[in-house]
Design a protein around this ligand. Structure first.
Ligand code: GTP
Length: 176
């Protein structure tokens, strides 16, 4: 009998249209899928990964939860057992950044102890002059007690692999 591969449940959350499903397609298939449709309820993905300096691989079970308000009632159950939360906002829409705290509150009603990471997506759409979210992302990261803040482009692939590795390494360290 082989030894069991450790398994972590991760939920990816954030407002409607911030790019959660597209980030996952980029992470799992290493390509931009321009044809994803808005998530109805939830999607579920699995991936086996390795992180630097750790021998054993991990199985990630990743839940992609619909960001629309009317799916709020189904989300509570999906948070249960999650070891990691990815908070995603859209770098071009300030209101998606402002609502991250409401996501934190929603999650904390379901689970108490988890690692998290803050992700600002659609980096390819902003230029330095157009930046609407700067230093306050670091402040929000601290408020969330997130292990890091990353900027990503699910279209180009920038930063996607990195933030998942960082989150998994943090979960691993916290569980030792
Ligand atoms: P819900 O499932 O409805 O909660 O939305 P979501 O957060 O999963 O967003 P989704 O992945 O469906 O992406 C919404 C739109 O943004 C789609 O048209 C994507 O192609 C686009 N998009 C996502 N990420 C990026 C990105 O990094 N750059 C650009 N330019 N477009 C992106």
């Amino acid at each position: 009998m082989g030894s069991k591969i450790p398994f972590y449940k991760i939920c990816i959350v954030g407002d409607f249209g911030v790019g959660k499903t597209t980030l996952l397609h980029q992470y799992l298939e290493r390509r931009f899928n321009p044809n994803v449709s808005s998530t109805i309820g939830s999607n579920f993905f699995a991936k086996i990964i390795k992180i630097p300096n750790v021998k054993t691989p991990f199985t990630l079970q990743i839940w992609d939860l619909a960001g629309q308000e009317h799916f709020k009632w189904v989300r509570h159950e999906f948070y249960k057992g999650a070891k990691g939360i990815v908070y995603v906002f859209d770098l071009t829409r300030k209101q998606t950044f402002d609502s991250i705290i409401a996501w934190k509150k929603e999650i904390e009603k379901a689970i108490k102890s988890f690692s998290s990471i803050l992700v600002g997506n659609k980096f390819d759409l902003i230029t330095r002059n157009e930046r609407i979210i700067g230093e306050e992302a670091q402040t929000l990261k601290k408020q969330l007690k997130a292990c890091a803040y990353h900027e990503t482009s699910a279209k180009i692939g920038t930063g996607v692999e990195e933030f998942f590795s960082k989150l998994v390494a943090h979960i691993y360290k916290s569980s030792k």
